[in-house]
Design a protein around this ligand. Structure first.
Ligand SMILES: Cc1cc2nc3c(=O)[nH]c(=O)nc-3n(C[C@H](O)[C@H](O)[C@H](O)COP(=O)(O)OP(=O)(O)OC[C@H]3O[C@@H](n4cnc5c(N)ncnc54)[C@H](O)[C@@H]3O)c2cc1C
Length: 412
């Protein structure tokens, strides 16, 4: 395929991955980021075997494995200690596992990789508008800089994207009524190593503890754990205003074993907050603009797939641009590969979320009753495991695991 001039909006997971892969393939790529100094919020992420495959393709998987924490599965219990959810990747395939990683570490690996590619990065450039025709795209900037034109713009500006409306695509992106607070803290004795731990009290209390390995500025340092605390989005400001002592008391009341990590929490500034959107976009592209990552299919983080899906979108676009005859065909090919899996994860996450985050307590009781048997019965257990591992192609069908121990997802 002839090289194209491609503009990418957003220096997040999806934007950096797609800009790197397309620039490496010979396209003339410019990545625009609104912040002067691009940086992530400092919480942890669970990478799945699918996302790890894309990191491998980018040549940064070994460094991620070195910095992150090996995750064998999920251990979810009620706050009284009763087992609710017990899943191990190894039950699906002995070679599969997840990786807990500090967001800052993943960001730095992707950012350094982007810097080693021929892609150009333009920071402090908030894209305020996009105009497209059948042959080109024009970007307008909030800082009044001259417009930029390209053969194609790839928009990876996240779940709260302001550019969806600008580009004339059809979409819905309602906010979830619940969000979360989080903090990444030392786990000196490695007490939380090995699995993603969760504690539930019906559907109104959910606390997570994800081992994430080392901090970005401390490669020789102690292992860390990211602690998530779920709460209604409208209560986030009040919880922050109540201060650190109240926050810690709330968490410890339900999960006293978190005492040691929480002893490192002294200030509400160490705690970040997040809200999320349920993004439905029937077509991800229109003329010469295409969306990827959370901007196209944001979900609640219940299934731990958002960053993985952004990486998979980037890899699908790179594969399509390497094999399709022109831009229109490449966009259609990438979308055909990714729409089914993304739709499944969006819908599954949306269905599950009220069982973990809602004021209707009986949904939590139902979860506590049903999940044990579902985890024990092989057909439903495998459905849950393939969902966790990120390999579902849709409600029916999964990507098998190849001889190399990686999910069978085509990637050039
Ligand atoms: C609490 C929580 C826990 C999560 N846990 C997991 C997990 O365990 N596993 C997982 O896979 N995913 C998880 N996710 C989801 C994951 O964080 C996202 O899916 C992922 O970051 C999406 O990547 P993205 O590239 O689409 O967007 P983002 O990472 O949001 O990046 C968007 C970028 O675009 C920039 N930008 C925005 N607007 C403009 C503009 N107009 N002009 C220029 N730049 C712009 C932003 O500054 C940002 O740099 C979690 C999310 C939350 C909130």
């Amino acid at each position: 395929m002839t090289p194209y001039r491609i503009a990418v909006v957003g220096c997040g997971v999806g934007g950096m991955a797609v800009a790197t892969l397309l620039a490496d393939a010979g396209h003339d790529v410019t990545l625009y980021e609104r912040f002067g100094e691009p940086r992530p919020l400092g919480a942890g992420l669970l990478l799945q075997p699918t996302g790890l495959k894309v990191l491998h393709r980018l040549g940064i998987e070994a460094a991620a494995l070195d910095m992150g924490a090996h995750i064998a599965g999920i251990d979810g219990r009620t706050t009284r200690g009763r087992k609710v959810l017990s899943l191990r990747y190894g039950q699906l395939d002995a070679r599969l596992h997840g990786l807990g990683i500090h967001r800052g570490v993943l960001f730095r690996l992707l950012f350094d990789r982007l810097r080693r590619s021929p892609a150009r990065l333009v920071t402090a450039s908030e894209v305020a508008g996009i105009e497209t025709t059948a042959k080109s795209a024009t970007l307008r900037f909030a800082n009044g800089a001259a417009t930029a034109s390209a053969d194609l713009v790839l928009v990876a500006d996240g779940a709260h994207s302001a550019l969806r409306a600008q580009a004339g695509v059809r979409f819905r992106a309602p906010l979830y009524p619940w969000g979360c607070l989080w903090a990444t803290l030392p786990d000196r004795e490695n007490r939380f190593a090995g699995v993603l731990h969760q504690r539930f009290r019906d559907s109104r209390v959910m606390i997570g503890a994800l081992p994430v390995g080392r901090q970005p500025d401390d490669p020789d340092g102690e292992p860390c754990v990211t602690v998530f605390w779920s709460l209604p989005a409208r209560d986030i400001d009040a919880a922050r205003a109540a201060g650190i002592a109240a926050f810690k008391a709330n968490v410890l009341r339900h999960w006293p074993e978190l005492g040691l990590p929480l002893s490192h929490l002294h200030d509400m500034d160490q705690v970040a907050s997040a809200t999320y959107r349920h993004v439905a976009m029937p077509r991800w592209s229109r003329e010469r603009a295409a969306f990827l990552g959370d901007a196209a299919h944001g979900t609640s983080p219940q299934l731990g797939q958002g960053a993985n899906m952004a990486l998979l979108d980037a890899a699908a676009l790179a594969t399509a641009f390497a094999t399709a005859p022109d831009i229109t065909a490449a966009l259609a090919q990438a979308e055909a590969a990714r729409q089914g899996p993304a739709r499944f994860y969006r819908q599954a996450s949306h269905l599950l979320t009220p069982f973990y985050q809602s004021r209707f307590a009986p949904l939590g009781w139902l979860r506590d009753l049903a999940f044990g048997p579902l985890c024990a019965f092989p057909p439903t257990r495998d459905m849950m495991l393939s969902t966790l591992a990120g390999v579902r192609r849709g409600w029916l069908g999964t990507s098998p695991v190849n001889a190399d121990g990686r999910p069978d997802i085509p990637m050039v």
